[in-house]
Design a binder for this molecule. Structure first.
Ligand code: PHE
Length: 571
């Protein structure tokens, strides 16, 4: 995963030196912020939205070719994941003749939904078939969309309905066994937050009141800070030492009801050192992240509704399932891709261009003639591990017994995250995500048999939720992404943590007829959003090249006849 680092004033500072900064400060002081930003624009430092944004995306159109007298070219796309599908979908709008080679039996890549009958084998030989009841599913990979992500726009464009994905739930649990929580005694988010914010509010109010912040704050600042802390932490008055003594925010043992039932607040309130020792606060920052904040979404009926819709829009006959690329050769006037089809037969497809939208570490393993800089770039990207297990239950006991509707329970067990389903609330059955873990934890579960994964997930999860975690279980299905054939990873570690690392330039600014797309060439690695934007970038570059380029417009001219994309792909 990468951290977004934009061309803001912060990063410009190193290059621009002090004189420019001094100048800007002077402008800012004399002319105010807007004058300063205008001056920054003139200095090409502007941290404005326009400066930071890529130009708005415009899909290629058939009419674009009119002026150039060219026709749309043929394109072979390696990989039917989201990047490959979006590439073909966008190119198809201008009439490009696309052929997708996808080695798995389905499109979507890491956008993968398991439901009754879904089969998946892993590289160590374990094979599973999901036995979920009708209507039940789990999103094994991609599972949540932030509302600002372009993925949401594709759902709209393709008519894929979305619903809220509950990424934060005040009544979900935190369970930190290493810091002393015992089986059956998780704490609710709302309680943990009330206590943490309460004590932080109290401490900060005291520090400020005692003059510890006088260097940083004016008297007016201190007053405003205090006014904020009073609300944020629900702390006491100055006369009471700003003491936090708990509040209704913590939740109730008996919820307030009709007259005569005022409710019974949870008690006792832990001490400040107990609260910090519990480690609950380490989870609060998660949903502040720019890509994890509510409101978030999921397609109704499973994340794979999106690749299914894309595949329909592209035209299924353009998608060759079970077809694994075996080599990529750039020719003087095109690209030749050899592949093995579903029957094991060696075949070849020739096209004017290629978009390579398969995992970089697997692409690096294909014989190609794209040069050592491309190979160096591909091998500089390392795959990362992640896994999930879906636990299907005969009843929605987490809703009826625990009053938890969606959202995430956080643990310091090797399960890491436990998800409550965000679909079919109050339904009869449901699929919990019993673990979603990454890194060494995912490596550990990955080597276990599916049965052993289930046993461990249920044993550990029972410590939080109790008996029904075991007794209500109907079936399970687990995926360990590093062992899924043709994917072998969940996301990536980019060199220097950035898709703009110089070593990657042969992939982000390719000079030949092979272009590259995938979440790994974006600032949101591990998100469909990144896959889509990288695909659009590749499509835009390809189209610009096709409009001015030397691509040959007929198969006869190209002289290639081995099942060319043009031959069996023409619309
Ligand atoms: N998109 C994935 C998720 O939301 C992986 C990811 C997590 C990527 C956190 C970046 C940050 O779980």
């Amino acid at each position: 995963m990468t951290q977004a680092r934009r061309g803001t004033l912060g990063s410009a500072r190193g290059r621009s030196g002090f004189s420019r900064r001094g100048f800007l400060r002077a402008v800012g002081i004399s002319g105010g912020a807007s004058t300063m930003f205008a001056a920054m624009g003139a200095l090409e430092l502007a941290p404005t939205a326009e400066a930071a944004a890529a130009p708005p995306y415009r899909a290629p159109r058939a009419s674009d070719f009119r002026l150039t007298g060219r026709s749309a070219a043929s394109v072979v796309v390696l990989g039917g994941g989201v990047a490959g599908l979006v590439s073909a979908y966008e190119l198809g709008k201008a009439g490009y003749d696309c052929t997708i080679l996808e080695p798995r039996g389905r499109t979507g890549g890491r956008n993968f939904t398991a439901r009754a009958g879904t089969r998946q084998s892993e590289l160590h030989g374990y094979s599973q078939t999901a036995r979920f009841a009708e209507g039940q599913y789990m999103n094994c990979g991609a599972a949540r969309l932030a509302q600002w992500m372009v993925t949401v726009d594709y759902c709209r464009e393709l008519g894929v309905p979305i619903e809220v994905f509950t990424n934060y739930n005040a009544d979900a649990y935190i369970y930190n066994e290493k810091s002393g929580m015992t089986p059956g005694r998780p704490v609710r988010y709302r309680t943990a937050e009330a206590d943490t914010y309460g004590y932080v509010g109290e401490l900060l109010a005291k520090a400020s009141d005692q003059g510890a912040l006088d260097k940083q704050l004016t008297a007016a600042d201190r007053e405003r800070l205090l006014a904020f802390l009073e609300r944020w932490g629900r702390i006491g008055a100055k006369a009471d030492g700003f003491a936090y003594r708990g509040s209704t925010r913590r939740g109730f043992g008996v919820w307030p009801g009709a007259a005569g039932t005022p409710g019974i607040e949870l008690s006792p309130v832990p001490s400040v050192s107990e609260v910090f020792a519990s480690g609950v606060g380490r989870y609060f920052s998660f949903n502040l992240n720019y890509n994890q904040a509510m409101v978030m979404f999921q397609p109704v009926g499973g994340m794979d509704q999106l690749p299914k819709a894309l595949t329909r829009a592209i035209g299924p006959r353009r998608v060759r399932l079970g077809c694994q690329a075996t080599s990529v050769t750039e020719l003087a006037h095109g690209v030749r891709v050899a592949y093995q089809d579903g029957t094991g037969q060696e075949r070849v497809v020739d096209a004017d261009y290629c978009i390579a939208a398969m995992p970089p570490h697997l692409l690096a393993g294909l014989p190609h003639n794209l040069g050592s800089a491309v190979q160096r770039a591909l091998t500089s990207i390392a795959p990362a591990s992640a896994g999930k297990i879906g636990l299907e239950y005969r009843s929605r006991w987490w809703e009826t017994d625990h009053r938890i509707y969606g959202g995430i329970t956080e643990t310091d067990l090797d399960l890491s995250h436990i998800w409550h389903p965000s679909y079919d609330f109050n339904g009869e059955r449901g699929v919990m995500i019993g673990y979603y873990n990454t890194g060494s934890r995912a490596d550990r579960y990955g080597t276990m048999s599916p049965k052993a994964r289930e046993e461990r997930a249920v044993a550990l999860g029972s410590r939080i939720y109790g008996r029904k975690y075991r007794t209500e279980l109907a079936s399970s299905f687990s995926v360990s992404w590093q062992y899924v054939p043709h994917l072998e990873g969940a996301w990536h570690r980019l060199p220097g943590g950035s898709p703009d690392a110089p070593v990657l330039r042969p992939l982000t600014e390719p000079s030949g007829r092979v272009l590259f797309a995938g979440d790994w060439l974006s600032y949101t690695d591990g998100w469909q959003h990144g896959a889509i934007l990288s695909a659009r970038k590749a499509v835009t570059a390809l189209h610009a090249r096709a409009l001015k380029h030397e691509h040959r417009s007929t198969p006869a001219e190209r002289g290639a006849v081995h099942g060319s994309a043009d031959q069996d792909g023409g619309e």
